[in-house]
Design a binder for this molecule. Structure first.
Ligand SMILES: Cc1cc2nc3c(=O)[nH]c(=O)nc-3n(C[C@H](O)[C@H](O)[C@H](O)COP(=O)(O)OP(=O)(O)OC[C@H]3O[C@@H](n4cnc5c(N)ncnc54)[C@H](O)[C@@H]3O)c2cc1C
Ligand code: SF4
Length: 494
């Protein structure tokens, strides 16, 4: 096993990122990578503790703790430390269909629950995961997983995000003929047109999609099931249907002035930007969704808001503010948020760090409520009226009370709404007669992922609500196992 006291001799080292001021001038990936030998030293810091929490994958206090797909982290850390990269890849491949995605964009709940983290900086897990898979691609170890024989069973997967792709990959491996339907013009879901290119290079997504196609999965783009193709025909043709349609219905902000031009959904902004890049040129500065030369306000302090901040900077915005109604999180774990829970602490994410480098300060303002969009006589957005709020938790609910005298008018010609998502937005679900849960997501349990309609399964954000790539992979794998069991009466899928 790994040198058990490696952590006493070596400090945590992370690969770091490209310089802030340089990278906001382009759309290239921000991540840097450590050479192999230094990663082997980092892997040596894993002490192979008796009860590792890093791979447990549970929800504690409403947040992810440990790796949701149960990556065999201590095992591949030991193999990397010993220079056995091929064996490390074989271990990683057992649990994760797409380590190159998680190795770049996962928030790494594994590291937050690393036992070493109780007293010292945790093991550098995520960069090691990425290094293993990139070495595997470079060495030609990543091959299409063709099944030994076909079962004669056909499965339709609706939606090509990480849940749909993981589900299709697993089902194809055991011999089912899988067709993935996608309403967009490209495969990948939010991997392709949600997460910006500087966080996840689209060539990396396409490389994996090409491999899945080589393995025998059929992809159909530009087809919205329920609109372009009826659900009845689909059910006749396929033995099972898996709904991996995501949860992209955005939460609105119904305050006066909502009709003004210049107020947009965060996803429309991000998608327009990525679509133009994929088609070979950045969004033109005179496009209504461009932030170029504008005072931009992003309402919503989450990850989608952060991606809007980073994208607006690259468009060349004049000023940038990100508003968050909640109070600023503490710098260190609060007493009710102990290890191994996900730490709810203040972090300067990549977009805010870039904005700070560009404008001299963190763009986020906490404890701020938006009260009115302000327009000019031609119906164009001119600004936003806000007030500071006091946050009070009462009877398990959080309530916000305006603080008199803190009203403020902020200039803005572009406002982006990044207030979270309210479940799937699909007419398809009503057509199928699929039940929704109280949060408007598709009702289907674990581990059977079955909806109330026989033969129809659901996985990913559509079932769980807007979440993480790693959870979508877990759900896709779980649904594949359930479908295999449904079709064959037994399953060997993990
Ligand atoms: C802006 C943004 C940034 C994010 N950044 C991160 C990050 O850094 N790290 C991370 O771990 N997670 C991140 N996430 C979350 C992560 O992307 C999602 O949790 C994940 O993509 C969900 O996967 P999914 O397969 O369930 O759904 P999706 O990726 O949403 O894919 C669903 C697909 O279904 C298609 N579809 C829907 N209805 C139909 C239909 N009727 N017919 C055909 N196709 C249909 C959609 O077009 C879409 O392509 C981010 C999310 C957003 C919005
Ligand atoms: S998928 Fe995420 S949680 Fe799992 S090992 Fe990789 S970085 Fe950690």
């Amino acid at each position: 096993m790994s040198k058990a006291i490696g952590f006493l001799h070596h400090s945590r080292e992370v690969p770091g990122e490209r310089p802030l001021v340089e990278r906001v001038g382009d759309w290239q990936p921000i991540q840097l990578h450590l050479p192999e030998e230094r990663l082997q030293t980092q892997a040596m810091r894993c002490m192979d503790c008796g009860i590792p929490f890093c791979h447990q994958g549970r929800v504690l206090n409403g947040m992810s703790t440990g790796c949701p797909i149960h990556n065999l982290i201590p095992e591949w850390n030991d193999l990397v430390y010993r220079g056995l990269w091929h064996e490390a890849y074989q271990r990683l491949e057992k649990t994760n269909n797409f380590p190159e995605f998680t190795g770049l964009v996962c928030p790494a709940p594994c590291e937050a629950s690393c036992t070493l983290g109780i007293t010292s900086p945790p093991v550098t897990i995520k960069p090691i995961e990425y290094a293993i898979i990139e070495k595997a691609w470079a060495e030609g170890w990543v091959r299409p997983q063709l099944p030994p024989q076909r079962t004669g069973q056909k499965v339709a997967v609706i939606g090509s995000g990480p849940a749909g792709l993981a589900c299709a990959d697993q089902l194809n491996r055991v011999g089912h003929s899988v067709t993935v339907y996608e309403r967009a013009d490209r495969i990948g879901g939010l991997l392709m047109v949600g997460i910006p290119n500087m966080k996840l290079d689209k060539r990396i997504v396409q490389r994996r999609v090409d491999l899945l196609r080589e393995a025998g999965i059929t992809f159909v783009t530009n087809v919205e099931i329920g609109r372009d193709v009826g659900v009845d025909g689909l059910r006749d043709e396929y033995g099972a249907v898996v709904l991996c349609v995501g949860a992209t219905r955005p939460r609105d902000l119904a305050i006066p002035g909502r009709h003004l031009s210049g107020i947009h959904w965060a996803m429309s902004f991000l998608q327009a930007s990525t679509h133009h890049l994929l088609n070979g040129e950045p969004l033109p500065a005179d496009h209504p969704l461009s932030a170029a030369g504008k005072d931009v306000i992003v309402i919503g302090g989450g990850d989608t808001g952060t991606d809007c901040v980073a994208t607006a900077l690259r468009h060349g915005c004049t000023s940038l503010t990100q508003l968050e109604i909640m109070t600023r999180p503490p710098d260190h774990r609060a007493a009710d948020n102990p290890w191994p829970q996900w730490p709810r602490t203040y972090k300067l994410d990549y977009g805010q760090a870039e904005a700070q480098a560009r404008f001299g300060q963190d763009p986020r303002a906490y404890g701020v409520m938006s009260t009115r969009f302000i327009g000019d006589e031609r119906g164009r957005l001119r600004g936003l009226e806000t007030v500071m709020v006091e946050q009070i938790g009462q009877n398990g609910r959080t309530e916000f009370y305006p603080i008199a005298g803190t009203e403020q008018e902020r200039p803005a010609q572009l406002i982006l709404l990044a207030l979270g998502f309210l479940g799937p937005e699909n007419p398809l679900l009503a057509q199928l007669g699929v039940n929704l849960d109280e949060r408007h997501n598709i009702q289907a349990g674990e581990p059977d992922y079955a909806t109330n309609v026989p033969g129809i399964f659901a996985a990913g954000d559509a079932r769980r609500g807007q979440s993480l790539v790693v959870w979508a992979i877990r759900e896709g794998r779980g649904a594949a196992r359930a479908v295999d069991q449904f079709l064959m009466g037994e399953t060997d899928l993990p």
